[in-house]
Design a protein around this ligand. Structure first.
Ligand SMILES: [Zn+2]
Length: 483
């Protein structure tokens, strides 16, 4: 069945989109596939999305989505939730053009801001114009419309992607200010890492933001069990690590992490539990933020297990959304990163699968062992530590090149790939058949999937800023846009 296009280029333009009446009429007769919406005329109307859950796997190339699904099928006897939604034809699906105001290669600040304020900004900015004017954010708009607001992430809660929905700073690195702005804005649920931007010991100004949040009525939790046990009606701040939360594979294999730090799925569940008590509905952004970091680091196991953790969070969102008709769930990424993929290796590519399967044997990420090595590490130390973490015996000449990379004595032909992290990624590619094109973001159009009211308006290709309009329109909060 074909879905109609709402404008010439196949996506809805902002102007067309705001003329909803005409658009609705046009789409009605188009035989649009209905995905989880049940308005009387068969099509969701503006205001039908009482709740919005926006899921971002940060820096997820298509190869990442695929690799996680393959690992789940081959070793865990299941499909990823994301690919299952495609298999069951339960979502509207398209590509999204994530260009920023300054480059077709976006950073996470400009990307999240494009959804968070509806404008393409210069990379690095968070909802600020070139004239240094703050732009009203989607969390502010929803809050003023009486909806509950939440952010949950595996990075610092003040990192670019969550900040893109609720903060205004000229420089995304200004995370101390972002932590203050969340409090000033009184968002309801904030869960992630970032103690270094909250505690008086780490902040430059010595302020203790935890007690400031408590004075404003927040429940502050620092451990998983306290997060789960909290059942009050107040606002909730949960900060579970100094910086970003540990990678999922290291979390699984480190007792104290498992005990104290929630998974992204657990944070998603908790967020929904609290936010959904608001009878006016809510907006929640959930970010699998370290998929991006693992891609920058060419860290295969870091990447795939964090993508799986993100996928589990999709499961938690679906658990809430799937048997109701009032929740728009958007699932996407903000940009590709390092574009990893499984290569064909061996005669008839027969070696690809056994090599790739080795990722399921890893005990730790590259990020766990690489900081323990340096230019003074011996070849045997390097080989032993790599084997401990990955069960792979790398060759002596490979270990020697890694040592040279630490000493800054190695230059790959693709020079971006000369540092220890990408060198390790390439060494492991010999054993895993899983390789990378670089160590930075890419300009690929990204996957966009949605279900629930308004999802049927997503065409084959969407401009990032159109997501802002879609959320505002479908939640029926247009009148709060100006503040
Ligand atoms: Zn990045």
């Amino acid at each position: 069945m074909k879905r109609n296009k709402s404008s010439k280029n196949g996506s809805f333009s902002r102007r067309d989109f705001l003329k909803t009446g005409a658009l609705s009429g046009m789409m009605l007769g188009s035989g649009a596939i209905l995905k989880g919406c049940s308005s009387e005329n068969g099509r969701a109307q503006p205001g039908d999305a009482k709740n919005i859950i926006f899921m971002v796997s940060d820096g997820m190339s298509n190869g990442t989505l695929t690799a996680a699904d393959h690992i789940l099928r081959r070793h865990y006897d299941r499909t990823s939730n994301w690919i299952s939604l495609y298999e069951q034809n339960r979502v509207s699906r398209g590509l999204m053009d994530m260009a920023s105001g300054s480059s077709i290669v976006t950073d996470s600040a400009a990307a999240a801001s494009s959804w968070g304020c509806g404008q393409r900004l210069v990379n690095g900015r968070v909802n600020m114009t070139e004239e240094e004017e703050p732009l009203r954010t989607i969390l502010q708009i929803f809050r003023d419309a009486g909806k509950a607001t939440g952010l949950a992430t595996t990075t610092t809660i003040t990192h670019a992607t969550p900040a893109g929905f609720g903060a205004n700073v000229m420089n995304r690195g200004d995370q101390e200010t972002i932590a203050e702005q969340y409090l000033e804005n009184r968002y309801d649920v904030l869960l992630g890492g970032g103690n270094m931007f909250y505690s008086s010991e780490h902040r430059d100004d010595g302020r203790d933001l935890y007690s400031e949040y408590e004075e404003e009525g927040y429940k502050v939790v620092r451990k998983k069990d306290d997060m789960k046990a909290y059942d009050g009606n107040g606002k909730l701040l949960g900060i579970f690590y100094d910086g970003h939360l540990p990678y999922t594979l290291d979390h699984i294999n480190t007792e104290e992490y498992k005990r104290d730090i929630p998974t992204l799925a657990e944070m998603t569940e908790t967020s929904i539990k609290h936010l959904s008590r608001n009878t006016n509905g809510f907006i929640l952004q959930v970010e699998g933020g370290r998929v991006d970091h693992a891609a920058h680091g060419n860290d295969a196991a870091g990447l795939i297990y964090d993508q799986i953790a993100f996928d589990d969070a999709i499961g938690a969102a679906l658990e809430f959304a799937e048997n109701r008709d009032d929740t728009l769930v958007i699932i996407t990424t903000d940009h590709g990163n390092a574009n990893p993929g499984l290569n064909g290796v061996g005669s008839g590519y027969s070696e690809s699968e056994p090599r790739f399967d080795r990722i399921a044997e890893f005990r730790h990420t590259n990020n766990w062992f690489l900081p323990q090595l340096d230019e003074n590490s011996s070849i045997s130390e390097i080989r032993e530590l790599v084997e401990h973490a990955t069960k792979i015996e790398i060759r002596r000449d490979e270990a020697e090149i890694l040592r040279q990379a630490y000493a800054d004595d190695y230059e790959n032909l693709h020079r971006m790939m000369s540092r220890p992290w990408p060198v390790m990624g390439q060494i492991l590619a010999n054993y895993l058949a899983f390789n990378w094109i670089g160590t930075s973001h890419t300009a690929d159009y990204v996957e966009l999937a949605a279900l629930g009211p308004g999802s049927d308006r997503i065409g084959p290709i969407t401009k990032n800023t159109d997501m802002f309009d879609l959320m505002i329109e479908m939640a029926g909060v247009q009148e709060y846009q100006e503040g």
